[in-house]
Design a protein around this ligand. Structure first.
Ligand code: HEC
Ligand code: HEC
Length: 277
């Protein structure tokens, strides 16, 4: 923790960090016994899905689709996929057919470069572009049941596939900004994402193990939320956690973080919809 203390840090920051350090304990026992995730099984790869940091009960809930509440959002998304909408009077299925086959692998590649917008878009933004351009309907609100349902349907179609970030060279400056954000200290606690998720992964913050922050499970059903949420919701939560003003849904900074996280998790397997504590 000493690395977090900077000369000249205001007294409140030192106090906050002392409090933060007090709740950190090493999860030694859990670490040794941690079962290897069914979704990342590479002996020499130190990267681990948050699945590996969860209790056996929560893991069992994710493993069994009849117990995984996230599957309810997939079912709702499948219904919506087939419903006509907008003045074009078309459903997603009218153009894309069966999502399980036509969109297999798509979620593993997002965020992707949008040549018209000349910037990256994440999956939610891509879905809303189809809503507006192709269905000629209103965009769906961030974190609405409808948008999360469609995100779940599209993400589920890539379950088990390796994260394969979009190779478009024009993404490079955006990914680089995402990396800088990940390493930048934020909020009143003056902590970076990297300090927790690279430096302290495997330790505990209060009762929560600190995971490595790989975006393999999103959208996730989070027990604490008693609902499903997107990666952007999770990133905003972590920002609030360090007492920083979170970026708005859809903000370029959040998409840049998503891009960097996808690069960092390249090759790890998607497990959406995952269950998280
Ligand atoms: C009128 C036809 C049409 C409809 C309706 C439509 N789409 Fe699309 N969709 C496209 C086309 C064409 C593309 C390729 C990008 C582009 O040209 O806009 C695309 C691209 C996508 C992609 C990205 C695929 C990739 O490989 O990057 C996703 C995800 C997607 N659509 C989801 C949806 C969803 C969800 C709906 C329903 C809400 C929907 N689309 C409705 C035509 C359609
Ligand atoms: C103070 C430490 C801390 C900081 C700083 C922090 N996080 Fe987290 N993060 C956590 C903890 C703890 C969890 C797990 C919470 C839980 O599941 O109860 C988490 C969860 C996550 C997850 C979810 C992983 C999964 O599989 O569900 C992602 C992604 C993530 N953080 C990204 C970030 C990013 C990006 C930043 C910087 C903007 C950040 N975090 C800053 C502690 C932190």
């Amino acid at each position: 923790m000493r690395a977090c203390l900077r000369a000249g840090a205001p007294a409140w920051a030192v106090l906050a960090l002392a409090l933060f350090a007090a709740v950190l304990t090493t999860a030694a026992a859990a670490g040794d016994a941690a079962p290897v995730s069914p979704v990342v099984e590479r002996a020499n790869d130190p990267r681990r899905s948050s699945f590996d940091f969860m209790s056996p009960q929560t893991q069992a809930m994710q493993r069994d689709d009849t117990l995984n509440p996230g599957m309810l959002w997939v079912a709702a998304g499948d219904d919506l996929w087939n419903q006509k909408a907008g003045s074009a009077d078309r459903s997603c299925a009218s153009c894309h057919g069966d999502a399980k086959t036509s969109l297999r692998g798509v979620a593993a590649r997002y965020p992707a470069y949008d040549a018209t917008l000349r910037r990256p878009v994440d999956l939610a933004q891509r879905i809303n572009r189809c809503r507006q351009q192709h269905q000629r309907a209103e965009p769906l609100a961030a974190e609405s049941a409808e948008l999360l349902g469609l995100q779940s349907t599209v993400a589920h179609a890539s379950r088990g596939m390796p994260i394969t970030p979009d190779a478009d060279a024009r993404l490079q400056p955006f990914t680089e900004r995402g990396r800088q954000l990940f390493e930048q200290r934020l909020g009143q606690l003056n902590l970076s994402c990297a300090q927790c998720h690279d430096g302290l992964a495997g330790r505990r913050l209060g009762s929560s193990p600190i995971p490595q922050a790989h975006p393999t499970g999103f959208p996730v059903y989070r027990l604490e939320w008693q609902g499903l949420g997107s990666l952007q919701r999770r990133l905003r939560n972590c920002m609030t956690g360090v007492r920083a003003e979170p970026f708005a849904y859809g903000a370029p900074e959040l998409v840049e973080l998503e891009l960097f996280l996808a690069q960092r998790a390249r090759g790890m397997l998607l497990e959406a919809p995952a269950v998280r504590p």
